[in-house]
Design a protein around this ligand. Structure first.
Ligand SMILES: Cc1cc2nc3c(=O)[nH]c(=O)nc-3n(C[C@H](O)[C@H](O)[C@H](O)COP(=O)(O)OP(=O)(O)OC[C@H]3O[C@@H](n4cnc5c(N)ncnc54)[C@H](O)[C@@H]3O)c2cc1C
Ligand code: SF4
Length: 511
């Protein structure tokens, strides 16, 4: 073998053989480098489902590279950090350059830049072609705008990539069909829901599950119900099943929830997308083709495409635009600790028990559960955004910082003061009552705000408005909500404060 030219670094969320890092790869003088670094499993308390999906997908990708005959150095369960492991590899066999696709995480990018600088080896970062909007294109979109709004970005993306366009007009005549996408299941429930595409663990995944059960036994959740896609072929099957069986009803029931129904009409493709097993372009094209073939309504296709071409690209743009300062933001001065029951789901609130329970069992909850059940509760409880961020990054199989952080800190906790969302998503338990059946089986009452029967959301909502009364008094979209607080007499305020303190302390039976 010739002297080593390129050490091609592939991270756990870069499992794409078509990525720029592989451009010009020459097996005679280049080598791929992959590493399972302990720090990636522990810098947040990574759940067992998330660990298993990353490790299994990495090992399957490595196996495919070996079968293809690519030279590969794969480090299993390195006890240190990625930077440490890379430093050791560079010292053992210095290449002329390290080559990689730009990392998704700011933290990882900085650490690897430093490791290469310390070893005196140049690092070539190549553009991540996975995304349909590059970091530079997003910066150009943001330049000169006083306020960023997803809707305008999304329209630009539709035009640029010719998605759901008829000439210069949006297909079907509208850019956005959200008004048709807010249905609830009604008292009869969702009825028959097609089973999701899940995969029985093969030998490689079984080894990983055993490793996770033993080495990471103290980490949250469990892996008995493991069925996530860990290869590109499996990712494609999840996509195809979704397009055929769930997409027609995706839009209608996008916001609805139902007790004991974790999957509903969502796509479950976020993990395959974020590990780069699937490309967003093929996902968007499949949804558009289904609409053009008359198999799905425009509202469903558009609603789904907006998530992938709009929201997903938009949050990535915000992340790179705002990091590293974004991580530190805390616009509402939230200072409470994360309630310990977020790691067990052991609570009397039916909605939270269901959402946290399925999260720990499956590593999955859909958007409205994340935003309007767990996220809303943490916002109203006033938990410090860094702790909220650490929880979301730990528990979901699709959690990678570039997408998790703006959703958590910005959209759900309003810690960025309004960059991601134009107002805090603050609501009482009546929102959950309308969108689900959880309240039917709950010992609390969503319409009651004080006393032992009061729904914790409803109490904390009023407490939230009292706490932030001044801050939001002249906010264009909050002023009306805050005005209602001004009407509260002092005894009612005192009762609300008392009950809010009891809820925060977990003394739910106390008035
Ligand atoms: C507090 C909070 C934390 C979140 N953390 C993550 C995370 O760590 N990783 C992650 O991928 N998504 C995250 N989301 C966004 C969204 O909830 C998930 O993408 C979605 O639930 C994944 O399930 P699905 O594939 O069935 O999605 P579907 O409902 O079927 O949507 C289709 C796809 O659209 C994309 N998408 C939808 N909403 C968003 C959004 N708000 N931001 C970015 N992409 C979106 C995803 O790629 C998703 O797979 C978070 C949302 C909130 C409110
Ligand atoms: S009453 Fe409140 S806590 Fe209980 S399920 Fe409804 S919203 Fe959740």
């Amino acid at each position: 073998m010739k002297p080593l030219r390129h050490l091609v670094v592939v991270l756990g969320d870069q499992l794409d053989r078509q990525a720029a890092a592989f451009d010009g790869f020459d097996p005679a003088q280049d080598r791929v480098w992959m590493c399972e670094a302990a720090e990636e499993a522990t810098h947040v308390w990574c759940s067992q489902q998330r660990l298993a999906v990353f490790l299994s997908a990495m090992r399957h990708f490595a196996q495919a590279l070996r079968e293809e005959g690519l030279p590969l150095h794969y480090s299993e369960q390195h006890p240190g950090s990625l930077a440490q492991a890379l430093g050791e590899a560079l010292a053992a066999t210095p290449p002329q350059a390290v080559v990689m696709t730009e990392p998704g995480d700011h933290r990882v990018q900085q650490a690897l830049l430093q490791a290469c600088a310390a070893a005196g080896v140049p690092l070539q970062l190549r553009n991540d072609r996975h995304f349909l909007c590059s970091r530079e294109e997003f910066a150009a979109h943001a330049r000169g705008r006083k306020q960023l709004r997803m809707e305008y970005f999304y329209r630009e993306m539709r035009r640029r990539h010719r998605v759901l366009m008829d000439g210069e007009q949006p297909a079907g005549g509208e850019w956005n069909y959200d008004a048709e996408n807010r249905e609830t299941f009604g008292p009869q429930g969702p009825g028959f829901v097609p089973a999701p595409k899940r995969f029985a663990p093969d030998a490689l995944t079984q080894q990983v599950l055993e490793l996770v059960r033993t080495r990471y036994a103290s980490h949250p959740g469990q892996v008995d119900d493991f069925g996530w896609p860990v290869t590109r072929a499996q990712g494609l099957q999840v996509l195809q099943t979704f397009i055929e069986e769930r997409l027609p009803d995706f839009g209608r029931w996008q916001d609805a929830m139902w007790e004991g129904q974790p999957w509903l009409y969502h796509s479950h493709i976020s993990v395959a997308l974020n590990l780069k097993l699937l490309h967003p372009r093929e996902v968007v094209a499949a949804a558009e083709a289904a609409w053009r073939a008359g198999r799905v309504p425009i509202a469903a296709a558009e609603g789904f495409i907006r998530q992938v071409l709009g929201w997903r690209e938009y949050v990535r743009g915000i992340y790179w635009q705002e990091m590293p300062g974004y991580l530190e933001l805390n616009a509402l001065d939230a200072a409470q600790d994360l309630p310990p029951w977020f790691w067990t789901g052991d609570v009397p609130m039916a909605c939270l028990r269901d959402a946290i329970g399925q999260t720990l069992r499956l590593g999955y909850a859909h958007h409205i559960q994340r935003l309007m059940v767990t996220g809303l509760y943490l916002l109203l409880h006033g938990v410090h955004p860094q702790q909220v961020h650490a929880w979301y990054l730990s528990v979901y199989v699709d959690a990678v910082e570039w997408v998790e952080l703006p959703n958590t800190l910005g959209m759900s906790q309003f810690a960025d003061g309004g960059l991601m969302a134009s107002k805090p998503y603050a609501a009482t338990g009546k929102y959950i009552e309308r969108m689900s059946d959880h309240c039917r089986g709950c010992r609390f009452k969503p319409a009651v705000r004080t006393g032992p029967q009061a729904c914790p959301y409803t109490t904390l909502y009023w407490d939230f408005l009292m706490t932030h009364e001044k801050r939001f008094a002249s906010h264009p979209r909050m002023a009306l909500q805050v005005k209602n607080v001004a009407r509260l007499a002092e005894p009612e305020r005192a009762a609300l404060r008392r009950r809010a303190a009891a809820v925060r302390a977990g003394a739910w039976d106390q008035a």
